[in-house]
Unconditional design. Structure first.
Ligand SMILES: NC(=O)c1ccc[n+]([C@@H]2O[C@H](COP(=O)([O-])OP(=O)(O)OC[C@H]3O[C@@H](n4cnc5c(N)ncnc54)[C@H](OP(=O)(O)O)[C@@H]3O)[C@@H](O)[C@H]2O)c1
Length: 315
């Protein structure tokens, strides 16, 4: 009797198994093909001055922003560089002009303030802008519990202005003319810290989650008008912000990171931008439960906080 039952179930089991295996193999093939398309073939010359003569980069004098400025100049864009220090802007501007023979302009503003946008609007007037890189961002000087953050009131205002307000207002200034011309690319530099809450870097992490949501929502609103808005979520990159001096495969130089990231534009709306980072993002999303991510993040940041406070006491 039991044997008969088993025999009659054999055929359905066979087909369920065959269907599951085929679906899995097709999914794997699809992942392989899209992976090759993104990480090996890339998007060709999508990021070119055909989008518009000018590229605008915020936070353009160091780290990831400076690398975007160089990459876009190498691709033939004229560059509008925006950062705080006029001296450093002049240095980057000179080096782009002499290396890539492109036109450059600069605007010196502090994104920590909210009253700077009329000055930026005046500086951008009349420019045909093909690419905007909303890169400027600040983090904590060391991981800290929310109520222990030094000068908390100012800290909150400054971080929100630099990391969030800048992205909204720069987009407000640039997007209308992109929409008129039915083309343009906006790259918003969020962070892998925006993929999950990061304890002791809570305000930074939340501000980067804002940038990610803002970008993905806006992309859906404007893609039918020919505009690409991409959310970029890097893990660690060796810059002044992270104080990483020795780049490694998973903590690349900003040049290496940006060279990989620009190939993903138009292929991914939300990207970790660099293959080892994409692997880390995929692995943590699939295998790491959120409670574990929160626990490990808190543990790592408490250890860093302890180290920082001990070193500061010793000095
Ligand atoms: N590095 C990483 O591992 C990493 C990972 C994930 C996401 N990100 C994001 O990537 C972006 C760039 O980070 P980064 O590591 O390249 O930073 P960085 O090396 O510290 O460079 C920051 C740039 O922004 C400018 N800047 C800073 N504060 C400013 C302000 N208040 N007003 C105007 N300009 C200002 C700086 O120039 P001046 O000081 O001359 O103004 C500099 O050009 C940020 O949004 C960051 O959150 C970085």
């Amino acid at each position: 009797m039991a044997l008969d039952l088993l025999h009659s179930a054999e055929t359905p089991f066979y087909w369920v198994g065959a269907f599951t295996t085929t679906s899995f193999l097709l999914w794997l093939l699809y992942k392989l093909i899209t992976g090759i398309r993104i990480w090996v073939i890339g998007n060709g010359d999508l990021l070119s001055p055909k989008l518009g003569k000018w590229a605008v980069v915020t936070g353009a004098t160091d780290g990831i922003g400076k690398s975007y400025a160089e990459e876009l100049a190498r691709r033939g864009f004229a560059l509008m560089l925006i950062s705080r220090s006029q001296e450093r802007l002049d240095d980057v501007s000179q080096s782009l002009k002499s290396m890539y023979k492109v036109e450059t302009k600069t605007i010196a503003v502090d994104f920590g303030g909210a009253d700077i946008y009329p000055k930026i609007e005046a500086g951008l007037e009349g420019l045909e802008i093909g690419v905007l890189v909303n890169n400027v961002g600040i983090s904590y000087s060391y991981p800290e519990f929310y109520l222990n953050i030094p000068d908390l009131e100012n800290f909150i205002t400054t971080m929100i202005n630099v990391n969030i307000t800048s992205v909204c207002h720069m987009t407000r200034l640039v997007l209308p003319r992109m929409v008129q011309r039915s083309k343009g690319v906006i790259l918003n530099i969020s962070s892998a810290s925006g993929m999950y809450p990061v304890p002791l870097l809570t305000v930074y992490s939340a501000s980067k989650a804002f940038v990610d949501f803002f970008s993905r929502g806006l992309h859906t609103e404007y893609k039918c008008k020919g505009i690409i808005i991409q959310s970029v979520l890097p893990f660690f990159v060796a810059t002044k912000m992270t104080k990483i001096r020795k780049p490694t495969l998973d903590k690349p130089t900003p040049d290496r990171y940006v060279a990989a990231e620009v190939q993903t534009v138009g292929l991914e709306d939300q990207t970790n931008g660099y293959f080892p980072h994409a692997f880390m993002g995929w692995w943590s999303a699939v295998f790491a439960p959120i409670q574990l991510v929160l626990y490990l993040g808190a543990r790592m940041n408490k250890a860093q906080r302890g180290g920082y406070l001990r070193r500061r006491k010793l000095r």
